[in-house]
Design a protein around this ligand. Sequence first.
Ligand code: ADP
Ligand code: MG
Ligand code: MG
Length: 247
Amino acid sequence: MLDIRNLTAEIDGKQILRGIDLEIRPGEVHAIMGPNGSGKSTLSYVLAGREGYEVTGGSAEFDGKDLLAMEPEERAALGLFLAFQYPVELPGVGNANFLRTALNAQRRVRGELELDAMQFLKLARARMKDLSMPEDMLKRGVNVGFSGGEKKRNEVLQMALLQPKLAILDETDSGLDIDALRIVADGVNALRGPGFSALVITHYQRLLNYIVPDRVHVLVKGRIVRSGGPELAEELEASGYAGDLAA
Ligand code: ADP
Ligand code: MG
Ligand code: MG
């Protein structure tokens, strides 16, 4: 689903990613952990195609296609979903319109019929009920005045509607409380299955108590220095990154 080879990238001429290798197969959930400043968010931005992040070498394939050659919208339409710690607020853009536009862009690329407003509302209401989201959140501006928990619910709603092939969640350094962690974890766990993969990026182990990953990788100074099973997250919680930093 995602095949990253020897990926290097820089910001403002400063090298941040120093040769990342990572392979995520369909149905797998991987976690990336690591100390502050190791390049975790940079990796998610590079995969999203954010401006200002320059890829200087290596490759990244998404579902067999050259991810790095695609525009950000193309990546999303093909089933890549990115969730960031601080979702943007879009005043003046209604949440329902925003979600329907994203969903229809994806449907067009897949050669599926677009949903009209009524069809979309029916689908969205059903998903919102599952997430205990009040319906008026569809009428409000995207994330405008949403509490932290509401933003997380909205993000999970987007994910539930778009049904991505690969979700990348950067929850690094987050001040997420336990309720918000649970919302994200439940959202990811509900989608788990052979057609869904995820990359969960986190500074802390606690999110991984709720989303139990298949593999855990430790990123230090722009490189993956260690990989293991879910037990690696617990080991890091106990011992920290000191050994990895010294190596
Ligand atoms: P992490 O998410 O692991 O905490 P980041 O990817 O945010 O790490 O940052 C990695 C390195 O890149 C840090 O040294 C940080 O200072 C630097 N960095 C991040 N964003 C920028 C930027 N916009 N301009 C310059 N340096 C940046
Ligand atoms: Mg950080
Ligand atoms: Mg970060």
